[in-house]
Design a protein around this ligand. Structure first.
Ligand SMILES: NC(=O)c1ccc[n+]([C@@H]2O[C@H](COP(=O)([O-])OP(=O)(O)OC[C@H]3O[C@@H](n4cnc5c(N)ncnc54)[C@H](OP(=O)(O)O)[C@@H]3O)[C@@H](O)[C@H]2O)c1
Length: 249
């Protein structure tokens, strides 16, 4: 994939992996638009990068998703890459029932419903571009679930499965579908939960991880794993030998 002279929307491009991806395209002289909720993060982007457009949007809200798509398509008719990156993660004890499930943000909406819906809001436009891409950020936990994050794992497995079919349905169009499968990367993801649980291992740095992403994008890799992730994640596993990542505390 050519990283230069593109017009790219990165959801959740205000911190962590999304910001890393936004910077990669920005450094390659592409026009970058990011969105997020946190006002401080949004103004930090606007101060640091005068030519990155930072838009406020809560992707958990259907009305705001639609308004974002309309705004971006009106202001950036050359948009040719959608990066579905925004995501959240929660530790959930399923034994505690519905109160626990509903006690925090809705991972299903943010991590699955939102990228699926944004894709459908942009797909008609993207198919008219000579060369376009949808980049979905899943997770290693969608392939090998972690015990503490049951809903998160499932949303990421769903994004993986969805991306496989999206790629096939779009195979005769100008739109490529790329899936990025991050390992543990040191970002704000579930920071509160991890701090409360005294999790010490934070993962690799965003800048180190970007080397894998840039390499994968430049070489047209359809599913970008990290290191030997592809072999580990795709190991055949029967139900009885289902591997779970154990809690980190
Ligand atoms: N870090 C890891 O170890 C890891 C591993 C595998 C996969 N991933 C995936 O990588 C992606 C990026 O996560 P990250 O690690 O970079 O975490 P992060 O630093 O917390 O970034 C998440 C981004 O998503 C945005 N976001 C979350 N909910 C949103 C909402 N409802 N509306 C709009 N924006 C929203 C955040 O903006 P606000 O702060 O403004 O809400 C932020 O910009 C996620 O999909 C995550 O699941 C991360």
């Amino acid at each position: 994939m050519e990283l230069s002279n593109r017009t790219v929307l990165v959801t959740g491009g205000t911190s962590g992996i999304g910001l890393g991806i936004a910077e990669v395209f920005h450094q390659s002289k592409s026009k970058v638009i990011v969105c997020g909720r946190n006002k401080k993060k949004l103004s930090r982007i606007a101060e640091r990068f005068l030519d990155i457009t930072a838009l406020s949007c809560d992707l958990g809200d259907a009305g705001q998703r639609k308004a974002l798509a309309m705004d971006v398509l009106r202001r950036f008719p050359n948009l040719d890459i959608l990066v579905n990156n925004a995501g959240i993660q929660r530790y959930i004890d399923l034994k505690k029932g519905v109160d626990e499930l509903k006690s925090g943000e809705d991972e299903i909406t943010t991590n699955f419903v939102s990228p699926v819906e944004l894709t459908s809001l942009f797909i008609g436009h993207l198919m008219k571009r000579p060369s376009a891409a949808i980049i979905n950020v899943s997770s290693g936990l969608g392939f090998m679930p972690m015990l503490d994050t049951p809903i998160y794992n499932a949303t990421k497995a769903a994004i993986h499965t969805y991306s496989l079919v999206l790629r096939q349905q779009l195979k005769d169009t100008s739109v490529k579908v790329i899936e990025i499968v991050p390992p543990m990367v040191d970002t704000d993801l579930n920071k509160g939960g991890r701090n409360a649980a005294h999790v010490k291992f934070r993962g690799i740095s965003v800048s180190e991880y970007m080397l894998t992403i840039v390499n994968g994008l430049k070489n047209d890799v359809e599913i970008i794993f990290y290191g030997d992730g592809e072999e580990i994640m795709n190991e055949p596993r029967g139900e009885s030998e289902m591997r779970l990542l154990t809690p980190r505390w």
